[in-house]
Design a binder for this molecule. Structure first.
Ligand code: DGJ
Length: 728
């Protein structure tokens, strides 16, 4: 519901309220974001302008400082971080956007060319658009707010329109600012590196600017485009949590500024570093979407709100709600060393085990025997596959599995036909050294002809092979960002235009091939973000397939992203990333909580392992809806404990699958009980060793020793899944 009298604006659903009101000068001032409040007409009492020192509240003679803003401007009295900066044609950087009008519409309009949350029917959400104008500069600003009926979430974005003569340049254009009334919060971010993606980092706020960013041309493994503000006592189940997530895959800033009087100003949007967008008369700029979630049920409540919104109203297409196939990927099984015979053997061997989809990874095209050639040459490597990729697809299908292929569409190898023909298509600054990453360059996806060319090649392969699945990889970041197509004054647009090109190719391929399942990837989880979730309902969470490392990666990823979005595979032991030896049951127990598969050579299994894997696949298939789409409850954190536990619970709470892992073995260990979460306290559950009520299982818990005895193994890296079923 959106209430407004043209001065006060209250967006409200069953759980939350988001309120702002016009300041005396016509700029929107923030009032409140939190638990649902009853409507009142006049919110002036909650915006007591006189409470701030040195604040003169006369419409045209006042100070902006210490007032909470919706979308703060720079250079006229508010000295904290602004939401945007426009360099006007005269070189000045001051703006003054004042309210002109507003509209309220049912549903949620699309953002042209950009991924965004959506509605399926108009009654699922309402959208408020605020129109503001800077009369002197003749710029217009539209601030958009959507409130969802069924989610404690607000989606926001901004659009700038240049109406005056001469060009203005946007030097910063964030998607949303949120001014919090105090700074008694801790900042949580998901940070890491290749193979250690999305680890949880939590620290108290201090005065000044703090946060995370990417300047790599991709959202990156270093930081996810997300941050949360938690009260110091907020835990998994209790306390306030505010999440801010950016639906974007390129450079971003997610940061906050704690001011002198303790206001916390949070911003999320396109990364400012290197960004400059020129607006000629009549041109406009649309920011990506930011999603703000509020929860008083702790971090777990916030995560489940993101999961349901992102799982059902950001991910799209036929695969959004469909159980995902059990796949086998040959990457860790063969790397580049395969031929038609070995691939068909692997597929046949996997099919016998119950695998449903075979994915041929890197090395099937051009003359690619290692990572130093052929990217861009998306046609069969005939030395390996003499009958062509189409024939291979048929032979693989004949074994009883579907067929998927790996591409790295945005890249070109210096040693490739494509680079020989079009060296100018690789991003570079003329005359300067071109930095290579993994022996490759990045194609200039800001150019339409480049995207068209790659579309045509991929289109042909997908049609020839009648492909069922695409793994879209991206293995290096962008350096020497520059486009030969753009004039000097537009070079600050390259990285955003690049991402728009990526989205354009995804849009064209996913709409032409709606039945194809897309999985995003970027050296593992280097671009695992909400932007790509819109096109690809699952992403390869990390190149690190070690079960123990995966506990942290999947636990951290679950802060924002649902289980169905996380590609998770069983690989060989010793693990290729860590050298760690783990039992195959432990490896499977972690990978079950995602889009499950195997990444190894099944021909190397012993007969006993084959039986085990057959059982694993049958077990997973019988429960995969619950593993992939259940409500997720984190129980014990791998960042804080030797014991990790989490649960996927059915919506009616009649069933649950609880993963429990003990990383290191301990002699004569302390008695440990794992208190479950997310159950119905009044229901009774068979949990495998007996029957207990939900209240008992959540308060008294299950004995870790009992679990270990059930597994009948000991040593390091133990893990299992408990299955809970309601009994009368
Ligand atoms: C990086 C990916 O993350 C891997 O899964 C694999 O596809 C390789 N690239 C192939 O080069």
């Amino acid at each position: 519901m959106i209430y407004t009298n043209g001065r006060d604006f209250h967006l409200q659903n069953d759980r939350i309220s988001y309120i702002f009101r016009l300041l005396p000068n016509g700029q929107p001032g923030h009032v409140y974001f939190g638990a649902r409040l009853p409507q009142r007409d006049d919110w002036s009492y909650a915006q007591p302008l006189g409470e701030y020192p040195n604040t003169v509240m006369q419409p045209d003679n006042w100070s902006y400082e210490w007032v909470k803003h919706e979308y703060p401007t720079d250079g006229s009295g508010d000295f904290m971080e602004p939401a945007f900066v426009i360099e006007q044609p005269d070189g000045s950087r001051v703006s003054d956007f004042r309210f002109v009008a507003h509209t309220v519409t049912a549903g949620k309009p699309k953002l042209a060319g950009l991924p965004a949350t959506y509605t399926e029917t108009d009654d699922e959400a309402e959208t408020l658009t605020l129109e503001l104008c800077d009369e002197l500069a003749r710029n217009r600003l539209y601030l958009s707010y959507t409130i969802f009926r069924d989610h404690p979430a607000i989606a926001r974005s901004a659009r700038f329109v240049r109406e005056g003569e001469g060009a203005a340049t946007l030097r910063r254009a964030y998607s949303a600012t949120l001014d919090l009334a105090d700074s008694d919060y801790e900042l949580l971010t998901l940070s890491g590196a290749w193979s250690r993606e999305r680890h949880i980092h939590r620290r108290p706020l201090v005065e000044g600017v703090q946060g995370v960013y990417s300047a790599r041309g991709a959202s990156s493994a270093a930081h996810n485009p997300f941050m949360a503000f938690l009260r110091p006592n907020t835990d998994e189940t209790h306390g306030e949590a505010i999440g801010m997530s950016l639906v974007y895959s390129g450079n971003f800033d997610a940061k906050c500024d704690v001011g002198t009087l303790g206001i916390t100003r949070a911003h999320i949007g396109i990364g400012e570093r290197g960004f400059a967008w020129r607006l000629e008369q009549g041109e406009s700029f649309q920011t990506p979407e930011a999603v703000l979630v509020w929860s008083e049920d702790g971090l777990g409540g916030m995560s489940r709100a993101f999961h349901s919104l992102y799982g059902r109203r950001l991910a799209r297409g036929v695969w959004r709600d469909r159980a995902r196939p059990v796949l086998i990927n040959n990457w860790e099984g063969t790397y580049f060393d395969f031929n038609e015979q070995s691939i068909v053997e692997i597929a046949a061997s996997a099919a016998e085990l119950g695998v449903e989809l075979f994915v041929l990874d890197d090395g099937w095209f051009g003359h690619r025997d290692s990572d130093n050639s052929s990217l861009g040459d998306w046609y069969t490597y005939e030395k390996k596959l003499p009958d062509g990729i189409g024939a291979l697809a048929e032979k693989v299908r004949a074994t009883g599995v579907k067929f998927g292929l790996w591409f790295e569409p945005e890249m070109v190898s210096p040693d490739s036909d494509l680079f020989t023909a079009h060296p100018d298509w690789a991003i570079h600054v003329p005359g300067r050294h071109r930095t290579e990453g993994r022996n490759q360059y990045v194609l200039d996806f800001s150019r339409r002809e480049v995207v068209d060319y790659i579309f045509d090649l991929m289109d042909k392969v997908i049609a020839d092979t009648r492909l069922d699945y695409v793994k879209w990889d991206m293995n290096r970041n962008i350096t020497e960002a520059f486009s030969l197509e753009l004039p000097p004054e537009r070079q600050g647009e390259v990285l955003h235009r690049y991402i728009l090109g990526v989205y354009d190719l995804y849009e064209r391929l996913t709409s032409k091939y709606p039945e194809v399942l897309f999985e995003s990837c970027a050296s593992g989880g280097g671009r695992f973000d909400p932007g790509l979730l819109y096109y690809a309902p699952q992403g390869w969470a990390s190149d690190d397939t070690d079960a123990v490392e995966r506990l942290k990666i999947q636990y951290g990823t679950s802060i924002v992203y649902p289980q169905s979005s996380m590609g998770a595979h069983v690989s060989a032991s010793p693990n290729h990333q860590t050298g760690r030896l783990t039992h195959i049951d432990t490896r499977a127990s972690v990978a079950y909580f995602g889009a499950f598969g195997y990444e190894l050579d099944p021909r190397k299994f012993t007969q006993e392992e084959r039986e085990t894997v057959k059982e694993q696949i049958a077990y997973y298939k019988a429960r995969r809806e619950l593993f992939q789409f259940g409500d997720f409850y984190r129980i014990s954190s791998p960042f804080e404990s030797n014991v990790t536990a989490w649960a996927s619970v059915s919506r009616d709470k009649s069933r649950a699958l609880v993963g429990v892992w003990q990383v290191l073995s301990q002699p004569n260990p302390r008695l440990t009980r794992v208190c479950l979460a997310g159950l119905d306290p009044s229901k009774r559950y068979d949990y495998g060793f007996g029957v207990a009520s939900g209240a008992e299982l959540m308060r008294v818990g299950v004995s870790l020793r009992e679990i270990a005895l059930k597994i009948r193994r000991w040593g390091d890296f133990l893990g299992t899944v408990l299955e809970l079923n309601e009994v009368e």
